[in-house]
Design a protein around this ligand. Structure first.
Ligand code: ADP
Ligand code: MG
Ligand code: MG
Length: 869
């Protein structure tokens, strides 16, 4: 069985076996790019390691040694040789790239003897000892878990003592003593001497990479990004090239297009005389890639040509890592670059226009969830003009965010749990900060460039981020941000603009966004391929308008109860509920009728000829009643009754299980007057707008039906009321009556209901609640733990539970279609209507539309198009 592949044996198609990095190293080798040779230990070996009680079995060890020998032969160098030592890097490489999650060890193969040989072979003592001290630190940290700072403290001590600013200032003698001190640290921490046998170094490192698959950072990242836990990681062993050999050497990273905006312009950074992670670690400030043209014109040209080749080959924006060794360019990594939603759209549309990909491919390139970033507010122009600028840093990840300053990830998490909006402010971030970043509105760092950890991770999350804001001092110990004489403390409000890099004092107002340019173009393509409709859940003209602007093709759920809470009508609603006789109730309802009717007129006008689905009153009545004494007194006076009477009524209406109580169609059955009033409002409003030229055909939805007769009784009320009005009006108004399917029993008898109903709308919020028996309002207490402990894969209120709740949806759909074919309209209006995987499920189930909140309409459109492709 083959566990190890040379770079020249693989290809980019072999990602699941070789990991992303390994597959792309193989691909670059295959197309003839300058890649230092090496080999990849497969993900299957990692899985085997875990299945084998965390040991690497002999067969795999043998294959590693075989590949190592041929590498040694090819390069005419040997691991551990005291004449011509081979040095390698050990690099993890998961199937799906996980930036910063797993650590790389460089310069492996150095020991007290080979370092001398390296010095001699390269005629560069300083370089050799610089490499050795780096290796000891990386090996100790990554393979043996000796904390990095113990080594960094030593390095800092030397720099301080000698008044050096940069580590490049250290002399060879310094580095030699640093190496000795490092070995001392190792011995003290690990309890044995630093391993001098390179083979032992290698195997310990390989094992460390396997182990790192299950470090907490990696686990969190996988959870956040829906990456399965059983993929395993590959390990790449690659011969070293050295960027730290002096002024004609260097190392860098670049994106072939701008990962923030998508602009077709190379964006990157490099450092002369540096190795590996120096660029992203923010130790020295890197140079922008454009300056390489002056410093090394030929290398620059070769670089530009090569990345163009890579883009054309991969047909996508690439994120590359490179090293220059004494005037020779090497590529160490390429991958499809992570990008913001704006960049994803612009790159995808540009690539179509450049003829590299099709429209369908472009649609598949943009992740629906990512659109969220574009659909979120920016700062208001006016508010920005009035805002006080604190400082300016790098625009590392676009968007606007405001919140209270917190200096550590833990405190940020704590504060956000208490409902505070948080801006995480750090000197620079590291993978330990991930959870703090997740819960923040945005991230501000004082150090680090456009490719720093904070910048890369924030862009991936779609969080706004200002990085490298050197004008401010971040004192994490004193918990202060200082700028000149100004001091901000923990809990003070700031606002950051990740598109401009500007940091403002206070909480700056934000605006809505709109879809223009390439976004619009892509969404047009989306609509060309999509064949499932997308509606919105909206119950006022403002939300309806926003949804239409985002491309909603109708309202899938208009919740009428929201209108009952408005200040001008809640007294009438309360009177209606508190009435003791039908006459009194009708009188109160008569007051509500014109108001509700006007609501519908306003919504219809916004929606034009798009369908509008209106649900009759759903929540338990006591939700509308006052609870404080003052309001009760007022209401009593107004109604000319005793306050005690009202209190008694409130007690009467209270329920043990309101969600399972007197609500939904049960209200219409017991208080038909309410359904009558609402039907009048819906129908009158439609007649009114149709007289003005619209062609509104309202859909009237009965909630919470579980028995056929419930539906029939309420439908009769609606039909009688509606037909009487229509007849009188002399207008030929069409309307339909259907039901929300949100009780498991309704799914079970969907064929019976389908015979009577014009449409079904799956109310998957309640359906999930009732199928699981989890109260929506209380499940938060345990669902988090359920997901953490993988008792449930996902929160079923966010992502439709396809195996359970979904099965009910499928079953009801099949029963309804068997009964009525295409003569029944089927949709979904739960929260799931805007969740991409759930949208795909709805498409595959054969629903006619999904309905979601206005801001998720574009997400649902894109997800629906992707499901079609
Ligand atoms: P990550 O996945 O965190 O980016 P990498 O395995 O890509 O880690 O390694 C980080 C950096 O280390 C690379 O960008 C490169 O600069 C350096 N590096 C890795 N392998 C080699 C090598 N064989 N020769 C020179 N530099 C290397
Ligand atoms: Mg790394
Ligand atoms: Mg890398």
């Amino acid at each position: 069985f083959k566990y190890v592949y040379s770079f020249n044996e693989g290809s980019k198609e072999m990602k699941s076996l070789l990991g992303g990095k390994g597959a792309n190293l193989a691909e670059m080798t295959k197309i003839g790019l300058p890649v230092p040779p090496g080999f990849t230990i497969t993900t299957e070996s990692c899985i085997d390691y875990y299945e084998n009680n965390k040991t690497i079995k002999q067969e795999i060890v043998n294959q590693i040694e075989e590949k190592l020998s041929s590498l040694e032969k090819d390069l005419n160098k040997q691991l551990g040789s005291e004449e011509n030592p081979l040095l390698v890097s050990v690099r993890s490489g998961a199937v799906i790239s996980m930036p910063g999650m797993m650590d790389t060890i460089l310069n492996l193969g150095l020991n007290d003897n080979t370092v001398k040989a390296l010095a001699k072979a390269t005629d560069n003592d300083r370089f050799a000892y610089d490499s050795y001290r780096r290796f000891i630190q990386m090996f100790s940290d990554v393979a043996m878990e000796v904390p990095k700072y113990k080594f960094e403290n030593v390095l800092d001590k030397y720099k301080e003592e000698n008044n050096f600013k940069f580590d490049t200032d250290l002399t060879c003698d310094h580095l030699k003593s640093i190496v000795e001190e490092y070995k001392g640290i190792y011995k003290k921490e690990v309890g044995e001497d630093f391993p001098q046998d390179p083979k032992k170094q290698l195997m310990l490192s390989v094992e460390a990479v396997f182990r790192s698959w299950n470090n907490p950072r990696a686990i969190i990242y996988r959870r956040l990004n829906d990456i399965p836990n059983d993929l395993g990681t590959a390990v790449n062993i690659q011969s070293m090239v050295f960027g730290n050999m002096g002024d004609t050497s260097g190392t860098g990273v670049a994106f072939t297009r701008d990962p923030a905006t998508g602009e077709n312009k190379l964006l990157g950074e490099y450092l002369i005389n540096a190795q590996g992670e120096d660029v992203v670690a923010g130790i020295r400030t890197p140079e922008p890639i454009a300056t390489l043209e002056k410093v090394m014109p030929e290398i620059y040209k070769q670089f530009i040509d090569t990345v163009k080749t890579l883009e054309n080959h991969y047909k996508d924006m690439q994120d590359v890592e490179f090293t220059i060794e004494k005037g020779r360019l090497f590529f160490l990594q390429t991958r499809n670059g992570k990008r913001t939603a704006a960049s994803a759209i612009n790159v995808a549309v540009d690539l179509v226009e450049e003829g590299l990909i099709t429209k369908e491919e472009a649609i598949m390139r943009v992740e629906p969830k990512q659109l969220d970033q574009l659909l979120h507010p920016k700062f208001e122009d006016k508010a920005l003009k009035e805002a006080t600028v604190l400082a300016k840093g790098l625009p590392a990840s676009p968007g606007a965010g405001s919140g209270k300053i917190y200096f550590t990830a833990e405190e940020a998490v704590e504060a956000s749990k208490n409902g505070e909006k948080v801006i995480l402010v750090r000197q620079e971030t590291s993978p330990e900060d991930i959870e703090g970043m997740i819960c923040s509105q945005g991230i501000l760092t004082a150090r680090g460039g456009m490719t720093s950890h904070a910048a890369v991770v924030a862009r991936g999350m779609g969080k706004c981020c200002v990085a490298g804001c050197g004008e401010i001092k971040v004192d994490e110990i004193a918990k202060e941000v200082r700028k000149d004489n100004l001091v901000l403390r923990e809990g003070d409000f700031i606002s950051i603009d990740g598109s401009t890099g500007i940091v403002y004092l206070g909480d700056v107002a934000k605006t809505k966004v709109s879809m223009t340019g390439n976004f619009e173009k892509l969404m047009d393509w989306v609509d060309e391929v999509r064949d499932m409709k997308v509606r919105t859940n909206a119950d006022n003209p403002r939300d309806s308008k926003a949804a239409v602007d985002f491309g909603a093709e109708g309202i899938g759920l208009c919740r009428t109860e929201h209108m009952f809470f408005d200040e001008d009508r809640i007294p009438a609603v309360r009177k209606m509920i508190l009435s003791n006789t039908v006459e009194d109730r009708v009188e109160a309802l008569d007051k509500l009728l014109p108001m509700q009717q006007q609501d519908f007129v306003d919504i219809y006008k916004v929606m034009g000829d798009r369908p509008v689905n209106i649900r009759l009153l759903d929540p338990p009545l006591h939700e509308f009643l006052p609870h404080d004494d003052e309001t009760i007194e007022e209401l009593a006076k107004d109604m000319n009754i005793q306050a005690s009477e009202i209190k008694k009524r409130i007690v009467d209406l209270a329920e043990f299980n309101p969600m399972l109580g007197h609500r939904g169609c049960r209200l219409a059955v017991t208080y038909p007057e309410i359904a009558v009033m609402q039907t009048k409002a819906i129908i009158n409003a439609a007649i009114e707008v149709n007289k003005e030229g619209l062609n509104m055909e309202p859909e009237i939805m009965i909630p919470l039906v579980g028995a056929l007769n419930e539906f029939k009784v309420v439908k009769n009320i609606i039909v009688e009321t509606a037909n009487a009005i229509i007849e009188e009006s002399n207008i030929d108004l069409k309307y339909t009556v259907g039901t929300m399917i949100e009780i498991p029993r309704a799914c079970l008898i969907a064929d019976e209901i389908a015979r009577e109903a014009d449409f079904f709308s799956f109310g998957t919020n309640d359906l999930t609640q009732m199928t699981f028996g989890y109260s929506r309002d209380d499940a938060g207490k345990f669902l988090g733990q359920y997901v953490d402990e993988e008792i449930l894969e996902k929160d079923p209120f966010q992502v439709l539970d396809q195996n359970g709740v979904g099965k009910l949806v499928k079953m009801a759909t099949t029963l309804a279609r068997e009964e009525k074919g295409d003569n029944i309209k089927l949709g979904i209006c739960g929260e799931h209507g805007g969740d991409p995987t759930s949208v795909e499920f709805c498409y595959n189930t054969g629903l006619n539309y999904v309905s979601c909140s206005p801001y998720r309409v574009p997400i649902a459109r894109l997800a629906a198009a992707q499901a079609t492709i």
